[in-house]
Design a protein around this ligand. Sequence first.
Ligand SMILES: [Zn+2]
Length: 272
Amino acid sequence: MKKAILIILIILIVIILLIFFKPENNSIDYNKSLKNELSKIDCYDKRNLNRYINYLDSNPDLYLEDVVIRVNLNLDKKFYTSTTKSSFLNKNYILVNKYIYLPEDYVPDNLVNAKLEYSRDGMMLVEEALLSFEKMYYAAKKDGYKIRIMSSYRSYQYQVNLYNNYVKKDGVDAADTYSARPGFSEHQTGLCVDIDDGIINYQSFEKSRSYIWMKNNSYKYGFIERYPKGKENVTGYSYESWHYRYVGEKIATYIHDNNITFDEYFILYIKK
Ligand SMILES: [Zn+2]
């Protein structure tokens, strides 16, 4: 008899616990409302729903919009996995990063030589980008600052040699933190420059007077800081104070005013 009462008691307790906690129902409700919130976001892609949920799980502090943007960038996957070929060749708004690459034989149209007045010998850029750089150079000069191109267009083959040398020296893992793999370098677009001020090494550009000028003015000429400080998780690159990318005045101004990266801009307004 005592045993029967005990069993009934246990069953009662279990029922009460189930009524109060309803674990399954709660998580279904949560996922439903999360899906609802996510789907309101502009660049939401329903094929990525499970990836958004998983990414939010491991990054609970992010805004939902950032979760969507980052997953759409494939940042929930390892670098150099899930890669796609760029479909924006010869456009100022082409994105190249650790998931989007350029064909081996891609050489941008309209590459022209930079003048020695503001460049190392043999530097080439896409004409529109170079004309804008030139304007920026003269504006900086007028204000009393110097900028100089130390690296610009680099061919696929050049990047092969560069990357392989780094790998030989430091190993793949280390090389991947500071050098792009061939095809994945923005320098192959002919739309970006590494600059210095003619005084200190380009890798210390951040410490130069010219850096402040660039920070306040480069967007007016269509150039942005491509790998900003604090955005390493989005760009996949360590901070590079010397690397500027031409995207045109309109996009550069938006990126500057809203303090976002070009990767984010691309997902928000170009790829969608
Ligand atoms: Zn660079």
